[in-house]
Design a binder for this molecule. Structure first.
Ligand SMILES: Nc1ncnc2c1ncn2[C@@H]1O[C@H](COP(=O)(O)OP(=O)(O)OP(=O)(O)O)[C@@H](O)[C@H]1O
Length: 265
């Protein structure tokens, strides 16, 4: 079976710096895979290479067996790689529902004239797009805030809207870039609940960059660890937490962070 997402010997360089060094791994089924590593390890650079923002200097990313090398960013986004950004990156002045429709309209091909007068096939397609958006609003329990401008919502809800927008594109794989940063513990717990629901109800594989080790150890099925651009571990949470190379990589940060929350450190 072909994996949904394959990262195959990807290398990313900036001038003389190698940010990601021949990293390979893949995602399939409905795996929830955390991508962790100390600051500057190359996590964001790797996510950017999967979504086409950076181009690998060598290696390849494949979605369901098809190479994404050279595919424009917007085609990668509409073609199956959904991404929720660290700072949500929504249209702050637009309502929740309009932000979600923006995501859908990228999928909607209509002539300018038919869009302007909303006739014919464009109208039929718009009805179908709206059905997708309504379903996502239901899924994320955003009904109460659907007509509120995004800027008026708590940060935790904005983050959910960012994930909701990614899901409106009906992705084959979902990339989450530090979704918990800036959230309170309660907001993190709410967010975690939705991550589990996405996995359960949508059956989507997710690649999740995260610094909160308690969340990672509680939720991830697999953990990929980068350090200085190199993959140093890839496996089940307990095995990764015991891995000496991982403990050494984190030593300078906080050795106890790798210990499951609540257990003696
Ligand atoms: N656009 C860029 N130009 C030059 N160097 C970059 C660029 N983006 C990232 N880097 C460098 O690549 C390396 C990896 O950075 P990256 O942001 O991917 O790490 P990270 O693991 O996401 O870190 P953090 O956890 O702090 O977000 C760092 O040395 C960084 O300075």
């Amino acid at each position: 079976m072909i994996p949904t997402l394959e990262v195959d010997k990807v290398r990313i360089t900036f001038g003389g710096i190698t940010a990601v060094d021949d990293v390979s791994f893949d995602l399939s089924g409905q795996e929830l895979v955390a991508l962790i590593g100390p600051n500057g390890a190359g996590k964001t650079a790797l996510l950017n290479s999967i979504s086409g923002i950076y181009r690998p200097s060598s290696g390849e990313v494949r979605l369901e067996g098809r190479s994404l090398n050279g595919v424009p960013v917007h085609k990668i986004a509409t073609g199956g790689v959904g991404r929720a950004f660290q700072h949500a990156e929504l249209f702050a002045g637009l309502t929740v529902v309009d932000n979600l429709m923006v995501g859908r309209h990228r999928q909607l091909k209509g002539s300018l004239l038919s869009m302007a007068v909303r006739v014919g096939p464009y109208l039929r397609r718009e009805v179908a797009q709206r059905a997708v958006v309504e379903e996502v609003i239901d899924f994320f329990e955003l009904e109460q805030v659907r007509n509120r401008p995004v800027s008026s919502l708590p940060f935790g809800v904005q983050k959910l809207v960012g994930v909701a927008r990614a899901l409106c594109m009906e992705p084959r794989v979902l990339l989450l870039d530090e979704p918990s940063s800036g959230l309170t513990r309660q907001e993190k717990e709410d967010f975690a609940r939705f991550m589990l629901r996405i996995r359960h109800d949508r059956g989507l594989p997710m690649l999740w960059v995260e610094h909160d080790m308690q969340m990672v150890m509680d939720l991830a099925e697999r953990i990929v660890v980068l350090d200085h651009g190199v993959k140093i571990a890839d496996g089940a949470p307990d095995a990764v937490a015991e891995n000496p190379a991982v403990r050494t990589a984190y030593l300078g940060v906080d050795d106890t962070e790798m210990t499951r929350a609540g257990s003696p450190g």
